[in-house]
Design a protein around this ligand. Structure first.
Ligand code: IMP
Length: 430
């Protein structure tokens, strides 16, 4: 397979960073295609922890081209901070090996402000966003008033773009009797930023096309998860981008057949950070144990993640909407030592059986999970590197998941460390 897309099959935090980093040894180019610095990808390399938000998880490896595609919303200040922090740790990063799509939309400081103010005003109804301005920036993009990376290169055009953008936002702020955005100050900060960001700006679609024609391997790195997709997720408790695999081509600027293999990263149980329906959520000592052993705290916000049993209905749906060919099952070791394990195999709603997650908010909130109970295991699976290292009941649990979600396990990750992995099928092989 020439090109592989990695997407989350649940509500994000499935462990994409480690898998992308591992796969990137076989890739020539790693591309982010949606989301922004709401993502938090953690890599553990020889005991050292790297947390990436905007940069593709391939940046830590040498001789790879990293690309931030047009589908990403880019906070340029956050990007420069992340680049600086990695450079200080000895990671080689420069405009030679990092390219930023010139048609990507910028997240500006007031986007974060609007995001947080809205959340605060929403009280109980809040979405639980990361507060990074992701939603407001995507809103400006589809409303055709956003500022893009390429606009920084032309100060005359930039003045016009800022005026158009603030014409809208200041009208809203005036209506709310809130302080208006100072256009001159915004212009000054963008002009100061331009020479630092523009060296990274590029026609990434052209570079990706050349890479494809030259037989290079491209790895598309998704952020968040299928259930946070703005169309297919638990709307409105979703992020503001398409997180499914179909977005890889649009968000990178490639043809729709650019992905040969879709790998769905899937946690061996379920977690969610932020508000919204979660049918298999637990609020007892089991969820507490999962949270503690799995270190389930948001990478970006530090919020504790909600935890629950594996939901095969939801993951099966993600397999269908993303066209997942195989999954990378992660964090199996967090289940070590549990006497029994439950898997959600269907839902009940108003006396009816369902084998899908309905779209309506009230139905999503009302479904009752139907469980199958499986025997757990006492031995440790942590760090296992072959199927023979796993207890028989752990293998049975994995096989059960494969059958229910209708997708095979390609990789099994058994600890946060880079090499702790059981490889069943290399997504890059034919
Ligand atoms: P936003 O993307 O900041 O607008 O947040 C919208 C929803 O997506 C909230 O429930 C967030 O907690 C969730 N979310 C955003 N990014 C991530 C992520 O990287 N992992 C898990 N959840 C995320």
């Amino acid at each position: 397979m020439a090109n592989v897309a990695v997407v989350g099959s649940q509500w994000g935090d499935e462990g994409k960073g480690k898998v992308v980093d591992w796969l990137s040894q076989r890739a020539d180019v790693v591309v982010r295609f949606q989301g922004g610095h709401n993502a938090g990808h953690t890599l553990v390399i020889d005991g050292e922890i790297y947390t990436l938000s905007l940069l593709p998880s391939g940046v830590v490896r040498r001789n790879k081209l990293s690309i931030i595609g047009n589908g990403v919303v880019v906070d340029p200040w956050a990007l420069l901070d992340e680049i600086n922090a990695l450079q200080k740790r000895g990671v080689k990063l420069s405009p030679d090996n990092l390219k930023l799509a010139e048609n990507a939309v910028l997240i500006l400081p007031f986007h974060g402000y609007i995001d947080r103010a809205r959340e605060e005003a929403s009280g109980e109804a809040k979405i639980g966003t990361t507060g990074r301005g992701i939603g407001p920036a995507y809103e400006d993009k589809v409303a055709r008033r956003a500022i893009r990376v390429c606009d920084l290169a032309d100060s005359v055009c930039l003045v016009e773009r800022v005026e158009q953008l603030l014409f809208h936002h200041n009208a809203v702020l005036r209506g709310l009797k809130a302080e208006e955005i100072d256009g001159k100050a915004l212009m000054a900060s963008l002009e100061e930023l331009a020479p630092k960001i523009l060296p990274y700006a590029d026609r990434v679609w052209e570079r990706l096309d050349a890479a494809r024609r030259n037989g290079k391997h491209i790895l598309f790195e998704g952020a968040q998860g299928a259930m946070l997709d703005v169309d297919h997720g638990t709307y409105p408790f979703v992020t503001s981008s398409n997180t499914v695999a179909g977005q890889a081509s649009i968000g990178a600027g490639m043809a729709s057949d650019c992905v040969d293999y879709v790998l769905g990263i899937t946690k061996a149980y379920t977690t969610r950070v932020g508000s919204g329906p979660f049918p298999t959520e637990l609020d007892n000592e089991i969820s507490q144990g999962l949270g503690e052993r799995g270190r389930e705290f948001g990478t970006v916000t530090g919020r504790p993640r909600r935890c629950g049993w594996f939901d095969a209905v939801m993951v099966r749906q993600a397999v269908k909407v993303c066209g997942i060919h195989g999954i990378a099952l992660t964090k199996l070791d967090v289940l070590d030592g549990m006497e029994n394990l439950k898997i959600c195999t269907g839902y009940h709603l108003n006396g009816k059986n369902m084998n899908y997650l309905p779209s309506a908010i009230s139905a999503q909130a009302g479904v009752e999970p139907v469980y199958k109970t499986l025997e757990g295991w006492t031995d440790s699976t942590r760090g296992a590197r072959s199927w023979a290292d796993l207890p028989a009941t752990a293998v049975k649990y994995v096989r059960h998941i494969e059958k229910l979600i209708e997708a095979p396990v390609a990789l099994l990750s058994t600890s946060p460390e880079r090499e702790d992995m059981i490889l069943e099928r290399d997504p890059f092989s034919d």
